[in-house]
Design a binder for this molecule. Structure first.
Ligand SMILES: *[C@@H]1O[C@H](CO)[C@@H](O)[C@H](O)[C@H]1NC(C)=O
Ligand SMILES: *[C@@H]1O[C@H](CO)[C@@H](O)[C@H](O)[C@H]1NC(C)=O
Ligand SMILES: *[C@@H]1O[C@H](CO)[C@@H](O)[C@H](O)[C@H]1NC(C)=O
Length: 530
C-alpha cells in the first residue's frame, strides 16, 4: 500500500517536474537559424514585443535588419545593395513573427533528450498541409527556457518549402525589450515611407518572401474581402474544399490586381465576377497572349528550325552535367539557381567538366535589369552580370548565405567559367525548348509555381489547370535538365532549388506538350559559355 502510494507520488512528481512551454509577450532571443541540407547557418536576433505590436529582427549581425513598428504602421529595413547598406521605410501593418509556439496545449510532451548539450524536454506537434505531414519539435530546458525549435516539413514561421529547419536558441530573456531596439536606425533618417510593398515583386519572383509576415497579413485581409465578394456575387460553394479552391483563385487575382494598381499606370483594375474562376473556366472568353518582358539583352533566339531528330528522352544527369540539388532556403533567389544551373550544365556539355557555381555572388552583385537579390530577378540579369564581370566564383569560393550580402566580386576568386552571350528560346514553343534542352544542355526556365499544390508536389507528371497562364504569372525560376514520357504523359524534367526534401529528390516532372502548362516555355534562357 505504502509503496503504491510512493510510486504514485513519484509519478506525480515526475509529471510536475516537466516544465511548460513559455508564453511570453515580450522577449529577446539570439541564436542560429539553420538549414542542414545546404549547410546554412544564419545568426539571428529577435526582439519580440507583442504588447506594443512591434519587433526587431537581425540576420547575420547587422547585415539585414528589420524593425516592424506595427503600432506606428511603419517598417524599417536595412539591407545591403551591391557595395553599400541601404534603408527602406515602408508603411503598413502586419503580423509579428513569434518563434515560440503560441498554442502550447497542442504540443505533446515526448520525453527528454540532450540538445545543444542541455538536458531538454521535448514537445511535438504534427503539422499537416496539402496531404503532407510534418513534425515540429520544441525543446526547453528544466526552467522552461527554449533550447531549439526543430521543424521537419513546411516552415510555417518563415513560410517556406518543406525541408528541415532548425532554430537554436543561444540566449533567451523574457521581459520588456529595451527601447533602443526600436529606435529609428541612423541610416533611415530623412527617408520618407513608401506604401506597403506590392505583392508583385513577391509573385513575379519568389513564392515566398524573406519573411512570412506580409503574406500572413495579406491572407487575413483577403479572407475579409473574399466574404464581401461572395455576398456581392451570390456565391454558395458546394463544400469547404471548393471554398478554399475558390478563395485561392480569388486571392491570386486580388494580388495581381493590387500589384498592377500600385504601379500607378494610366488605368487600374478591380476584382470582378471572374475573380474566383480557374483560367480554364475563364479562357473561353479571352485570347491568351504570350508576351515576353521587354528587351533582356539576349543576342539571339533559339527556335526549332534545325529539324534534326531529337532523342525521345534526355536527362543531363546521365552525362554528369548537373550538380546536386541545392537549397535556396528562405530567400527569393530562385533566379540565381536556375541561372547557375544552366551555366554549370552548358559549360559541362562543352568542356566535360562540372563546376558548381556561386548563387550568392549573383544575389549580392547582379542588381541589373530589375533583379534584386533575395527579392527576385531574371536569368538574363545573371548572365549579363557574369559577362560584365568576366566570370563567376565557385560555390565553395563564394558560399551561399540565404540573405542579401555585400558584393564581394572584387575579392572572391573566379571559377574560370565565363559567358560569351545568352539566348532567348522562342517564347511559348515547347518544340524550341525541347530542341534547346536536347542540343545545348540544361536551360533556365521561369514557371508559374503559385498554384499551392506545386509547393507540395511529390510524384507523377505535374499538370495544373489553374496553371494555364500568360507570362504575368511566372514567379519561379527552375532548370529544365531533360524531358521524356512517363505513363503516357510527356514531361519536362525540372531541377528545383528546394533541397531533396521536396518533390522527387528535389526534382519534378512537369507536363510537356500540354498547352505550355505553367508557362514553362514562355521565358526560357541559356548562356553560351566560352
Ligand atoms: C495594426 O493592426 C493591429 C492588429 O490588427 C491593430 O490593433 C492596430 O491598431 C493596427 N495599427 C494601425 C496603426 O493600424
Ligand atoms: C517522440 O520521440 C521519439 C524518440 O525521439 C520519436 O521517434 C517520435 O517520433 C517522437 N514522437 C513524436 C510524436 O514526434
Ligand atoms: C529576347 O527577349 C526579349 C524579351 O522579349 C526581347 O525584348 C529581345 O528582343 C529578345 N532578344 C532576341 C535576340 O531575340
Amino acid at each position: 500500500m505504502k509503496s503504491i502510494l510512493l510510486l504514485t507520488l513519484m509519478a506525480v512528481a515526475t509529471i510536475l517536474a516537466v516544465p511548460s512551454i513559455p508564453q511570453p509577450t515580450q522577449y529577446i532571443m539570439s541564436g542560429t537559424f539553420e538549414i542542414p541540407y545546404f549547410n546554412i547557418v544564419e545568426p539571428i536576433t529577435l526582439a519580440y514585443d507583442s504588447i506594443n505590436n512591434r519587433q526587431f529582427i537581425d540576420y547575420y549581425q547587422g547585415l539585414d535588419v528589420i524593425i516592424n513598428l506595427f503600432n506606428q504602421d511603419l517598417t524599417y529595413t536595412i539591407s545591403p545593395r551591391v557595395y553599400e547598406m541601404t534603408c527602406t521605410v515602408t508603411q503598413g501593418n502586419g503580423t509579428l513573427i513569434n518563434v515560440i509556439p503560441n498554442d502550447p496545449t497542442n504540443w505533446i510532451f515526448n520525453g527528454t533528450a540532450l540538445v545543444n548539450n542541455v538536458q531538454s524536454y521535448s514537445f511535438t506537434k504534427k503539422i499537416s498541409a496539402y496531404g503532407r505531414t510534418g513534425t515540429y519539435t520544441f525543446y526547453i530546458d528544466a526552467n522552461g527556457n527554449p533550447i531549439q525549435f526543430y521543424l521537419n516539413g513546411v516552415d510555417t514561421i518563415f513560410d517556406s518549402h518543406p525541408d528541415i529547419y532548425i532554430l537554436n536558441f543561444a540566449t533567451y530573456t523574457e521581459g520588456p525589450v529595451a527601447e533602443s531596439y526600436f529606435a529609428v536606425p541612423e541610416l533611415c533618417n530623412g527617408i520618407s515611407p513608401t506604401p506597403q510593398a506590392s505583392d508583385e515583386q513577391e509573385s513575379t519572383i519568389s513564392i515566398f518572401g524573406t519573411i512570412g509576415q506580409q503574406l500572413v497579413a495579406r491572407e487575413k485581409l483577403h479572407r475579409v474581402n473574399f466574404a464581401d465578394f461572395k455576398n456581392k456575387y451570390n456565391r454558395n460553394y458546394q463544400s469547404n474544399a471548393e471554398h478554399e479552391v475558390r478563395f485561392n483563385l480569388y486571392k491570386k487575382a486580388a494580388n495581381m490586381i493590387d500589384a498592377h494598381n500600385a504601379k500607378g499606370l494610366s488605368y487600374t483594375l478591380a476584382v470582378n465576377q471572374f475573380a474566383d474562376m480557374t483560367d480554364e473556366e475563364f479562357h473561353t472568353r479571352i485570347t491568351p497572349k504570350n508576351k515576353r518582358p521587354e528587351n533582356n539583352g539576349a543576342h539571339s533566339t533559339h527556335d526549332n528550325e534545325h529539324t534534326i531528330s531529337l532523342p525521345a528522352t534526355v536527362d543531363w544527369r546521365q552525362q554528369n552535367c548537373v550538380t546536386p540539388v541545392k537549397d535556396q532556403g528562405v530567400c527569393g533567389s530562385c533566379w540565381t539557381f536556375g541561372s547557375t544551373g544552366s551555366l554549370e550544365g552548358t559549360y559541362c556539355v562543352k568542356h566535360n567538366s562540372l563546376i558548381s557555381l556561386s548563387e550568392q555572388q549573383l544575389v549580392d552583385c547582379a542588381y541589373i535589369m530589375e533583379s534584386q537579390g533575395c527579392n527576385g530577378g531574371f536569368a538574363s540579369s545573371a548572365f549579363q552580370y557574369i559577362m560584365n564581370d568576366q566570370g563567376i566564383s565557385t560555390e565553395a569560393a563564394y558560399p551561399y548565405l540565404m540573405q542579401n550580402g555585400i558584393c564581394k566580386d572584387r575579392y572572391a576568386p573566379k571559377s574560370g567559367v565565363t559567358v560569351a552571350s545568352y539566348v532567348n528560346v522562342t517564347s511559348a514553343s515547347e518544340a524550341a525548348l525541347q530542341n534547346a534542352v536536347a542540343t545545348v544542355g540544361p536551360v533556365a526556365v521561369a514557371i508559374d509555381a503559385s498554384v499551392p499544390d506545386f509547393r507540395y508536389y511529390s510524384s507523377g507528371v505535374y499538370y495544373s489547370p489553374a496553371c494555364q497562364n500568360g507570362p504575368d504569372d511566372l514567379d519561379h525560376e527552375v532548370l529544365a535538365i531533360g524531358y521524356g514520357t512517363y505513363q503516357g504523359s510527356d514531361y519536362w524534367l525540372v531541377k528545383n532549388s528546394w533541397s531533396t526534401n521536396w518533390g522527387i529528390d528535389g526534382y519534378i516532372m512537369m507536363a510537356r506538350n500540354h498547352g505550355n502548362n505553367c508557362g514553362i516555355s514562355t521565358q526560357a534562357t541559356y548562356p553560351i559559355p566560352n
